[in-house]
Design a protein around this ligand. Structure first.
Ligand code: ATP
Length: 456
């Protein structure tokens, strides 16, 4: 449920920036679009990949107790019977008798149609899973579903991972990938899509230690967002009330973000007990228990599930980093993205198109692009080019001028405060590497100096 309070960032501004600069486009736009589906453009795909990389680094690469998985989207249909999705993954819907629009009953406040105030029908349940057929015959026996969450791929592989990795409790399995839901209430840009990406993990623990691990993951996941630059004021935890919890869940917290549309769920963290493994054991007839070497007993582990949306994270990172500053040339728009998330890390900008600057500028570009996504831009004034990079969140611009030909030094200009340093070309790569990893700009490399030249 969205709590409507004003956020500092206007959604229209974000949508327009995303379209104009190639972050996010409406899907199949030339045919009039495809409801609640979006395409990531050249900068968007970089940003989204960086979000996923940062998540993987935090939950898999950086931990001894986690492994990764990439399960297929099409799964055995029994999976969704066991998980409860066939029976219960449904929203209550109401129709307006007057204007015929359809709404989610749990989003209606005063019993009237939000569009025209008309009378509404009684709620009916609507399953959100996309159905399809596998093979040449379209009958009940060939029905399959596009997965509505990635999590079930983890549960059905629990024994495979256990046997192949010999992991001991507590340990977790992480997976990210596409999920599909035939959502009814859409229209809030990439907040609610019909095809979206999730970053989910299941952390298996000994029963009795679940509350402690639940607390651990709530904290870990909250800190992941703030470590990547989300302002604490825009993030909050909301514990689910008892009547909101699924019957098998012991506890659940939402990490909520103050989106341009109001406070809403960014990630959910649930203590799902042993429900999922027990269900899959029951429906598959396979033993999904864990043999505990310490107690010499078989147990069904409890599971803590932090479940995040890639696209909602992208939206939160965009909204949180969007900034505007008035200056003598008008408005400077800046995406103050964390360096790890910025789509382009460095822009190489020769001061002009003068052919004397070309060879050295190209050489610098070629050497840096081995390490990062780097853009080369020599069109229009240097001030305009700085603005263009600020607007897409590029942390550093490297400017090559005529003096560079003499002293073999170039200027590094940073995005946030527009400060500049001058560094020898031979230490440019290592300097940028250090700065991108958080070294303060005023720590200068050998031969470097603070530069009081032109301001962008
Ligand atoms: P909501 O209540 O907003 O529909 P949910 O509680 O159904 O979300 P979960 O099933 O817990 O969501 O999914 C985990 C995460 O996946 C959510 O926190 C969200 O970030 C993301 N997510 C879920 N549905 C969508 C969607 N339709 N579009 C984009 N992201 C989604």
């Amino acid at each position: 449920m969205i709590e409507q309070v004003p956020s500092k960032v206007d959604m229209d501004k974000l949508v327009s920036l995303c379209k104009r600069r190639g972050f996010i486009f409406p899907s199949s736009e030339i045919y009039g679009g495809m409801g609640a589906c979006y395409d990531y453009g050249p900068l968007g795909v970089e940003l989204k990949n960086n979000v996923k990389k940062s998540w993987w680094k935090a939950v898999v690469q950086g931990r001894d107790d986690m492994v990764g998985l990439d399960a297929s989207i099409l799964m055995h249909p029994q999976t969704w019977v066991a998980s409860g999705h066939v029976e219960g993954f449904a929203d209550p819907l109401v129709d307006c008798k007057q204007c015929k629009q359809r709404w989610r009953a749990d989003h209606i406040k005063d019993g009237k149609c939000p569009a025209c105030g008309g009378e509404l029908t009684e709620p009916r349940m609507f399953n959100l899973m996309f159905k399809t057929f596998v093979g040449p015959v379209e009958d009940e026996a060939s029905v399959a579903y596009l997965r509505p969450e990635t999590a079930q791929g983890i549960f059905v592989n629990f024994q495979n991972v256990l046997n192949s990795t010999r992991k001991k409790l507590p340990f977790g399995i992480a997976q990210m990938g596409k999920s599909f839901r035939n959502e009814i209430t859409t229209g809030n840009f990439i907040f609610r899509m019909r095809e979206f990406e999730q970053m989910e993990m299941e952390y298996f623990v000994r029963p009795g230690t679940d509350e402690q691990w639940f607390k651990h993951w709530v904290e870990e996941r909250f800190n992941w967002y703030t470590n990547l630059g989300i302002k604490k004021d825009n993030l909050r935890l909301r514990q689910h009330a008892k009547d909101e919890l699924a019957h098998y869940a012991r506890d659940c917290y939402d990490i909520e973000y103050l989106f341009p549309i109001g406070w809403s769920e960014l990630e959910g963290i649930a203590n799902r007990t042993d429900f999922d493994l027990k269900q899959h054991a029951k429906f598959s007839g396979k033993d999904l228990s864990y043999f505990d070497e310490e107690t010499k007993e078989h147990t069904i582990p409890y599971v803590i599930e932090p479940s995040a949306g890639v696209d909602r994270s992208v939206l939160a990172f965009l909204a949180d980093s969007y900034d505007e500053e008035k200056d003598k040339e008008g408005l400077r728009v800046i995406l103050r993205l964390h360096y790890a998330l910025a789509p382009i890390k460095v822009a190489v900008l020769p001061l002009s198109r003068n052919e004397k600057l070309l060879p050295i500028s190209r050489e610098i570009h070629n050497s840096l692009r081995n390490c990062w996504m780097v853009q080369y831009d020599d069109a229009q004034s240097i001030g305009r080019r700085y603005r263009r990079q600020d607007e897409i969140g590029t942390p550093f611009c490297v400017t090559i001028d005529f003096q560079s030909l003499e002293d073999k030094q170039v200027t590094i200009r940073e995005r946030d405060k527009m400060r500049q340093i001058r560094v020898p070309i031979e230490v440019l790569k290592s300097t940028l590497d250090a700065k991108l990893n958080g070294e303060p700009l005023d720590i200068l490399p050998p031969g470097g100096k603070k530069w009081l030249g032109f301001e962008g």
